[in-house]
Design a protein around this ligand. Sequence first.
Ligand code: PEP
Ligand code: MG
Length: 885
Amino acid sequence: MGKWVYTFGDGKAEGDAKQRDLLGGKGANLAEMASLGLPVPPGMTITTEVCTYFYEHGESYPPELEGQVNDALDLIAASTGRSFGDAKMPLLVSVRSGARISMPGMMDTVLNLGLNDTTVEALAENAGDERFAVDSYRRFIQMYSDVVLGVPMRLFDEHLEALKETRAVELDTELTAADWRELIETYKSLVAKETGKPFPQEPKDQLWGAIGAVFGSWRNDRAITYRRLHQIPERWGTAVTVQAMVFGNMGDTSATGVAFTRNPSTGEKALYGEFLINAQGEDVVAGIRTPQDITEAARKAAGSERPSMEKALPEAFAEFKAVCDKLEAHYRDVQDLEFTIERNKLWMLQTRAGKRTAKAALKIAVDMVDEGIISKDEAVKRIEPASLDQLLHPTIDPTAKKELFAKALPASPGAAAGEIVFSSEEAERLASAGKPAILCRIETSPEDISGMHAAQGIFTTRGGMTSHAAVVARGMGKPCVSGAGTVRINYAAGTMTAGDTTLKAGDFVTIDGATGEVLVGEVAMLKPELSGDFQRIMAWADAARRMKVRTNADTPHDARTAREFGAEGIGLCRTEHMFFDPARINAMREMILADDTAGRRAALDKLLPMQREDFTQLFEIMAGLPVTIRLLDPPLHEFIPHGEEEIKEVAAALGVDPDKLRNRARALAEFNPMLGHRGCRLAVSYPEIAEMQSRAIFEAAIAAAQKTGSPVVPEVMVPLVGLASELEFVKKRIDATAKAVSEETGQTFTYQVGTMVELPRAALNADRIATSAEFFSFGTNDLTQTTFGISRDDAGVFLGSYLREAIIDVDPFVSIDVDGVGALVKIAAEKGRQTRPDIKLGICGEHGGDPASIAFCETVGLDYVSCSPFRVPIARLAAAQAALG
Ligand code: PEP
Ligand code: MG
């Protein structure tokens, strides 16, 4: 019989923090906290395996589940002295989701479950507070009906607003117990009308409804989108935690809050958080009431008038502080905590590793090394490589002129400028047109996730530092300013107003997520300054890694940027990019239009000095570091115009008959250019192109060596090889050119010839290819395309469905497909080494900058990865983590 339910509470638990996969993050950590003897309301976690079962069996449960849930309820009853539906001591529970990795706000939650017409009276009696009890009941009907029964929240809100109007009050808190009772009846009729059934009164029915809804929410649209953005596999599933309720809304000695043991924005070592007196958890994260600071220091720093928890509830604060210290020491990492104080008694509802900005992550890791809590290697392992991207964000130029529109909470760092948009759809529309947008909302909800992703930055007028917008923005590394209470957004008019200034959709604003400023117009920004913490972590990473990190660069600008980021050479220079320059493209076109070899050579002679100059610059910038230059790869038709207008223009510029151009375009047209006349096939048809490029490379190597005084050993790379004989054919031309250059100049130089491995045939015949290749560079973009038989240019159209349907976990063009493409890489590496034990192996497809793919490269023992300049720091860190295992 399977074990589907794990209980916790009263100082013991059936699971622990290591069982996140089974119990979800929330369930695993509740179990751990219970075992540590911390005050945790008793409860049970229904495992993620039930979620898997649920979806594999037409949304039904394992037969043993009901009995196991009942047993767990008995334990909770024994611990609390309360039971479901009891008219004197009723048990109330919360039902929450909890995946392996937290997905804030993406799935459903139900609180106060167990309330009905009878138990609400007992709650009133026990709490000595009728108003609180009936308020809880009406909240429960609202939440349950929305989440489980599918009655939209809006309908309940309309009734609530109408009641407030009749009573002529503005705030919910001004309504009396009698008012709530009246509303409860209205709500119940609404549910009966909308669903055709009365609101369920039996707590067990309520419970199973809520469990089903939470499992069901694993596949709601926003959860699916979130998983896609964060590459969380569909098959992980969520756990469901059912836990005895504790109440933060039982008057002024009750409260609820969230806190981090260190500041998640800056990393500063200080307890950081927010709480609300007389409130339930949802009130804090929903951002409807503005929360108060936890510590006095934070309150003073924020200049807030509202009392801190330290002042308002000193005993509970002291206990909470001790729990924070204990948990941080236990987990040896920053914790993100949720707690409730019920009549001065502290209860812990959640702990998890705190999500933090990259800047904070670096500071925390470095501080923890200095504090002797973790080792340098652990510090390196603690940083999410992709998060380093955030540090490369620009900041506002302090000398720039600024016109302040509003100042609010600095919710997620970095500065961003863009057009004002008021909806997620608009943000997505601008993004697809390549335009920057700032998403401006009263508050964001999980539905806005795609819009937040599409925007450059996010601005909200409501909500604190832990509101949905703030949490999600920090996770995405997007600048965010939140809680601008002085700004009024009018969606209908498409405007936002602060004092006398009104901005409208389409106007530019700049937000500064580090200071909370919202500025009118596009303000000048500065390139990011990489901090001392960054340098220290990177130095530790460099010491730990085995693989080298090179860059894909074709321009001096990219090459310089990459070196600043620590690149150790160029792993791929795509020479075709050098020909798209407007000053050069016509010489290229002349070459393509030439009728014979002599004509082609004449045009190539014009290109030679340009190429030589390009390469000389790259060699100089790389100052003796290895540089791999790839011979021309794309099909020639990419260089010639296709539209009528453009054909005429180009023909005039070249002084040729437009018909000739038209005919040539037609002759070069291919059904499948990606599988067509490209790569080394061009060099086979037109060896003179390869000869010109090799000559440029060798002459540049000599020139750069003379200038810098250090020898340059160029690596000439032949693309899209499938046959050993193809490479032999091209290599012969390269070697002959080297010999000629050496004789002409009287200079000797060394160079290497190698190949891309980007076709399955090349991988399978790597032993033969290695007889003439001194190095392999895995071109995993093409290798993925040709292994899957999926066009890399068209994949986007249908891969979305594959991800949605969980047919694949990640896009294979983003993260290497270990089982297929990876298997070919492994075969090629082994076969290459059989022939040439010291063959140099690297990767230069997009995967070279993807941490998961880099981890795979380590297992194959590649010598280096090569990626775009801005990913170099990410790759250095990922390579270190891969080496550390
Ligand atoms: C590749 O195919 O992986 C590669 C690096 O070459 P390109 O992207 O230029 O085809
Ligand atoms: Mg390729």
